[in-house]
Design a protein around this ligand. Structure first.
Ligand SMILES: [Zn+2]
Length: 329
């Protein structure tokens, strides 16, 4: 076996620490030169017994591991568990729950929950997010109510979390724009008012795109910038090219993962699950429209874990994470 193709092979392959080390090095230092993450010096040496490098530079924290400077930093859990966990969340269509991971890898459910959230941070696209569509492209816009576990929540928590949402009680609203044959952008929105939904469309879709939506009034007024056509679901679901079926497919995937796999997602964390599902959707195919296989998806996803951090305190809302500060709660 040169490299793993399936989850089963990945578990066997990464049971050997040297394979984990080679893999992580290829992610971190693609040119093969190990550099200190603190001072960028190449003058470092590997301490095999401790599984760390030591930098000769004169600074604190001269030792660094394969996990330093990634979402895995400071985790006591070994790479032989982290890498299969990452494989699961990056490649399973419906995601993987902390309970499944807890049973599969022999870590506590709490650890598994934290592991999955760190990996989800990796799956979030950082920096400038490219617009989708363009002249001649076909883009669907839609919104959906997600969740509905609010009735099980404590009264105060419930009031705090769903306050201001005009949706069905206890459900959050997720908006999505999706280019047919291309990528999706999805986001938790406060309300499904014109202001919110149109701002979302303008932020993520190139002007002049063909835009398809249902007859929700909030979408009225987009036909100046877009070639906007409406399908009134009270009359029909499809009228030639005018439909939102691809968006509907995304909602069913998202709902299957949230209601089936992740039985108790709190609205506070919902955006992380939305990003996770959108990431998998956006990595079905490569730039040339060729389907990606699991190992390719795994490598792309793992490259995104570098340069990010998520502490437990940030995750549980005790302190704010810079990377998620801009995200809706
Ligand atoms: Zn250094």
């Amino acid at each position: 076996m040169e490299a793993p193709d399936t989850l089963r092979e990945a578990i066997i392959w990464f049971a050997d620490f040297e394979h984990c080390r080679q893999f992580m090095m290829s992610l971190r230092w693609p040119d093969g030169i190990v550099r200190c993450p603190r001072c960028n010096s190449e003058k470092v040496f590997w301490i095999a017994k401790e599984r760390v490098w030591k930098c000769y530079g004169k600074h604190n924290h001269a030792k660094f591991s394969l996990k330093t400077g990634t979402v895995l930093e400071d985790s006591p859990i070994g790479l032989e568990k982290w890498l299969p966990a990452a494989w699961l969340i990056l490649c399973c269509k419906n995601g993987i729950s902390s309970y499944e991971l807890h049973r599969d890898l022999g870590v506590t459910q709490k650890s598994a929950w934290f592991m999955l959230h760190r990996l989800r941070l990796g799956m979030q696209d950082g920096g400038i997010i490219e617009k989708i569509g363009g002249k001649g492209a076909h883009v669907e816009v839609d919104e959906s109510f997600i969740g509905g576990k609010a009735r099980n929540m404590h009264k105060d928590v419930k009031a705090r979390r769903i306050q201001g949402r005009t949706g069905v009680e206890g459900k959050a609203i997720v908006a999505a724009v999706l280019e047919r044959g291309g990528k999706i952008r999805a986001k938790v929105v406060e309300r499904r008012k014109k202001k919110d939904l149109q701002a979302f469309v303008r932020e993520h879709v190139e002007a002049k795109s063909n835009l398809y939506s249902d007859a929700l009034k909030s979408y009225e007024g987009l036909d100046g910038e877009f070639v906007h056509q409406v399908i009134d679901h009270a009359i029909a679901y499809v009228d030639g090219a005018v439909h939102t079926n691809n968006a509907e497919n995304f909602w069913s995937l998202l709902k299957r993962s949230i209601n089936g796999t992740y039985v108790s997602v709190e609205p506070y964390h919902l955006f992380r699950y939305v990003d996770e599902q959108a990431w998998r959707y956006n990595h079905r195919k490569d730039e040339n429209d060729e389907p990606l296989n699991d190992v390719q998806r795994f490598v792309i996803g793992m490259r995104q874990i570098v340069g990010k951090r998520l502490t437990y305190a940030e995750l549980t809302g005790k302190v704010q994470n810079k990377q998620s500060a801009m995200r809706p709660a």
